[in-house]
Design a protein around this ligand. Structure first.
Ligand SMILES: Cc1cc2nc3c(=O)[nH]c(=O)nc-3n(C[C@H](O)[C@H](O)[C@H](O)COP(=O)(O)OP(=O)(O)OC[C@H]3O[C@@H](n4cnc5c(N)ncnc54)[C@H](O)[C@@H]3O)c2cc1C
Length: 407
């Protein structure tokens, strides 16, 4: 069987739903494919408040935010297929899809890739010791507790202070587990400041900065971990080792955009280090657009939904042959910029640039070549900075460098 559409959207999280809605509203025959039974993506398991402050000017839980988007999607005219897993994508563009009803193909004029991010697992951390039960990624622990109503253990340590780890420290504590602390190798927390306060400080959960786990112990089940302080290069300091008895280790050590299926279409470094997009969120394969955490890991779902809408609108224009050709110039990472998206822009067009800093800055100026500057206070690696550049700021430039200058 083959379904023909203008725009196919892969992934039914916040980014995919926003993309499908925007593409359908722009007049494109749109199909959204989601592998799970329900739409919402990771929002479904995020039952804490803190979503939607920018988009809806309300503090919603993850499922509430998802319901708002589902409602908007239902009124847009986009078709939705759940339990539909995209297995492969190729020129055409064509998607191969598996569902409980069998295999089928989707032929589209443009595709929005909105497959979210996956969690960095335990293996690549190369922590010595056995591999007993009791080691969970934070997202999995969250799913166990919030979706299946099961506690992962009795006494937990969280490794990594990203937002998911901070939120899980509070969640496990509230559900009755003993939470020994959160361990962070860097000298500053990885997550949002509000989460450090609301998830750790408010509950007396300690945060061990400049520490890491150097060994795990236990046979069938985790019996404990050895912690150590680290020096400024992240190496364990001899003599600071400490055994901590826990039966659960929760990992919050990073998210990786889920773009492995794009590898036949794009150069290898792009499917490893991030897909290069221009100001339309369009990849180097022109019919392919990226949105949400599949593009770059965002801290706020509001931004994820914005990228979805932008990608969806542009995909609809591309499908009709109305997207002006992108005469793109490169965007370069200057000093103190750790992440920068998009990597190309169309000079003279209003563009939103997203960036992260590598370490905290109390005060700084964000400077863009061509003279545009913006003052910023309290820049932190966990928080994505959104820089809206008016068309005049980039007019006539042959490349754009973005740098952060501490004050
Ligand atoms: C624990 C946690 C707490 C958070 N807290 C906040 C908060 O307080 N405030 C806030 O604003 N943001 C928060 N966020 C961030 C925000 O929730 C996410 O950035 C956002 O929901 C990601 O949306 P997405 O659509 O990019 O990805 P996802 O939600 O991951 O959606 C991707 C979808 O793609 C589907 N998919 C993947 N591959 C395929 C395939 N091959 N075929 C078909 N479907 C596929 C997946 O099943 C999934 O449904 C939090 C995130 C987490 C994890």
């Amino acid at each position: 069987m083959r379904i023909d559409v203008d725009v196919a959207v892969v992934g039914g999280g916040a980014a995919g739903m926003a993309a499908a809605k925007a593409a359908a509203q722009a007049g494109a025959k749109t199909l959204l494919l989601e592998r799970e039974r329900r739409l919402g993506g990771v929002l479904d398991q995020c039952i804490h408040p803190g979503f939607g402050l920018h988009r809806y000017r309300e503090e919603l839980t993850g499922p509430e935010f998802a319901h708002r988007l589902i409602h908007e999607l239902e009124h847009s005219g986009a078709e939705v297929l759940t339990e539909a897993t995209v297995l492969a994508i190729s020129e055409g563009p064509e998607l191969r899809v598996a569902s409980p009803h069998g295999l089928f193909r989707v032929r589209a004029r443009a595709v929005v890739w909105a497959t979210g991010a996956r969690e960095r697992p335990f293996g690549p951390l190369l922590i010595p010791g056995p591999r007993p039960a009791g080691i969970f990624t934070a997202g999995l622990a969250q799913k166990l507790v919030n979706i299946y109503g099961v506690l992962p253990g009795k006494r937990a340590l969280i490794l990594g202070s990203g937002d998911i780890g901070l939120i899980m420290a509070r969640r496990l504590f509230l559900e009755g587990m003993e939470v020994v602390g959160v361990v962070e190798i860097k000298p500053f927390p990885g997550g949002l400041l509000r989460n450090v306060v609301q998830c750790l400080e408010d509950f007396g959960i300690p945060l061990f900065l400049r520490h890491t786990v150097i060994q795990v112990h236990g046979q069938k089940r985790l019996s404990g971990v050895t912690l150590a302080e680290v020096d400024e290069r992240g190496r364990p300091r001899v003599g600071t080792e400490k055994f901590v008895e826990v039966d659960t280790l929760v990992l919050s050590v990073g998210l990786i955009p889920e773009v492995r299926l794009l590898s036949p279409l794009l150069p290898r470094e792009q499917t490893h280090r991030g897909v290069v997009v221009n100001g339309y969120l369009q990849a180097q394969v022109p019919w392919l657009f990226l949105a949400g955490n599949a593009l770059v890991v965002f801290d706020l779902v509001d931004t994820v939904a914005n990228t979805g809408e932008e990608a969806g609108r542009n995909a609809a224009l591309f499908a009709r042959g109305e997207l002006p050709p992108a005469r793109s110039v490169p965007v370069r990472q200057g000093a103190n910029v750790a992440t920068l998206v998009p990597q190309q822009i169309v000079p003279g067009q209003p563009t939103t640039v997203y960036l992260r800093v590598p370490r905290p800055f109390a005060r700084a100026r964000i400077r863009v070549s061509g003279g545009y500057e913006k003052r910023a206070v309290g820049l932190r690696p966990a928080e994505m900075v959104e820089l809206s550049l008016p068309g005049e700021a980039t007019l006539g430039l042959s490349e754009l460098t973005v740098e952060v200058i501490p004050e």
